[in-house]
Design a protein around this ligand. Structure first.
Ligand SMILES: Cc1cc2nc3c(=O)[nH]c(=O)nc-3n(C[C@H](O)[C@H](O)[C@H](O)COP(=O)(O)O)c2cc1C
Ligand code: SF4
Ligand code: SF4
Length: 353
């Protein structure tokens, strides 16, 4: 029997995966044939068209106020439809302050993908954000287990209610509640897509505790970690999904805050200032000429990006020197004991495959 519900998900640390399974469990309880697919485990370029009449779902974390590129490109390439129904969900960085559940921010995550699917002929019947704990441990210490359990319990119920409604044929557009803030933060989503994510992808390194077990390499959903000089090397394919850093059995993966702040940011700010001064010596951009100004700014950004690529190669080379490795280690906040790694709720997912 062909499945009537197809869910495609991308997940770094398990939140989006769990949401996808909670949704498909609701369908299974109603005897609706459902199939849940991790897009990291399939050939994303060869997707067959969904059977006519089936409901298609996409579930993914939010990265920099957007879907991560793996999910975005998957949706861009997804086969066209003649009227299939589709729903989109994003997991976000939820918080719990005292008794209050505080939502994360979606930005363009759902809107851009919904537009693409609409143009491909899908009827969008559901748009829903789910505020599970943040897994962004390059940025902040992992959320405490008690809070994780509480957010998970809260979000499982929300997902099931959403699933019941969508499966019964209702349209649920809860995401419209956030549309104003989503529009306001749109410029940041664009900045993150073109610049921010590349800086983040270059923030990881393996410390001396690494025993080269290759677990990070084998489990990376986008195969972004290479072996160079017998050490893990994070390539630009990295989506900063946080899986490797959270799952390393030796806790050997750190975020190089010292390198990011001290070298990359300062170096790049310096380059931008120097570039504008250099341009100023040769060209006078007439006041009000927005195009010329944009052109120079874009050239500055391209230059900055190139410097970033080169500086990361030098950084990785320097990591071979023990004293330099120690220097980066001592300036990484993630090395401190209180900087927990993120683990999704064990209680709420124990029944999942
Ligand atoms: C690099 C990165 C960027 C993120 N950006 C956002 C964001 O813009 N808005 C938000 O609400 N959460 C953001 N988060 C938090 C994740 O979307 C959230 O924790 C999600 O539930 C993780 O899902 P996963 O476990 O399936 O990977 C970000 C996390 C990472 C690692
Ligand atoms: S998982 Fe950890 S210990 Fe294993 S290779 Fe990766 S960094 Fe090294
Ligand atoms: S390298 Fe690590 S953070 Fe980057 S995509 Fe792979 S598992 Fe995720």
């Amino acid at each position: 029997m062909e499945p009537s519900l197809l869910i495609y998900y991308f997940s770094g640390t398990g939140n989006a995966r769990n949401v996808a399974h909670w949704f498909s469990d609701v369908a299974s309880h109603q005897q609706i044939p459902a199939e849940t697919t991790d897009i990291a485990k399939i050939d994303r370029k060869r997707i067959t068209s969904p059977p006519p009449g089936s409901l298609v779902g996409f579930v993914s974390p939010t990265h920099g106020f957007n879907y991560p590129p793996a999910m975005m490109y998957f949706i861009f390439r997804f086969p066209q439809s003649r009227g299939n129904r589709a729903f989109l969900m994003n997991t976000r960085a939820g918080l719990k302050l005292s008794k209050w559940f505080v939502p994360g921010l979606s930005g363009i995550a759902l809107w851009l993908s919904a537009m693409v699917l609409l143009l491909k002929g899908y009827r969008i019947v559901g748009l829903r954000s789910i505020d599970l704990p943040s897994n962004w441990i390059s940025f902040h210490p992992g959320v405490k287990e008690k809070v994780v359990e509480s957010l998970y319990r809260h979000c499982k119920g929300i997902t099931e209610t959403f699933a019941l409604k969508v499966l019964s044929g209702k349209k649920v557009y809860t995401a419209f509640r956030d549309i104003i803030q989503d529009i306001l933060i749109m410029p940041i989503s664009i900045g993150y897509f073109f610049v921010g994510r590349f800086i983040l992808a270059k923030s990881f390194y393996a410390t001396d505790a690494c025993d080269k077990c290759d677990i990070c390499i084998d489990n990376c959903p986008v195969k972004a970690i290479l072996t160079i000089d017998n050490r893990p090397f994070w390539s630009y394919r990295c989506e900063s999904c946080m899986r490797c850093m959270n799952n390393c059995p030796k806790r050997a993966i750190e975020t190089a805050h010292g390198y990011i702040i001290g070298i990359m940011c300062l170096l790049n700010i310096g380059i931008m200032v120097w570039f504008w001064q250099w341009v100023g010596r040769f060209i006078t951009i007439p006041a009000g000429n927005g195009w010329a100004k944009t052109g120079v700014t874009l050239t500055g950004w391209v230059l900055t990006f190139l410097v970033m690529v080169v500086s990361y190669r030098i950084y990785h080379y320097l990591l071979r020197i023990p004293v330099i490795r120690q220097l980066f280690y001592y300036t990484s906040f993630t090395r401190y004991k209180f900087w927990r790694r993120y683990k999704p709720s064990r209680k709420m997912i124990s029944q999942l495959p």
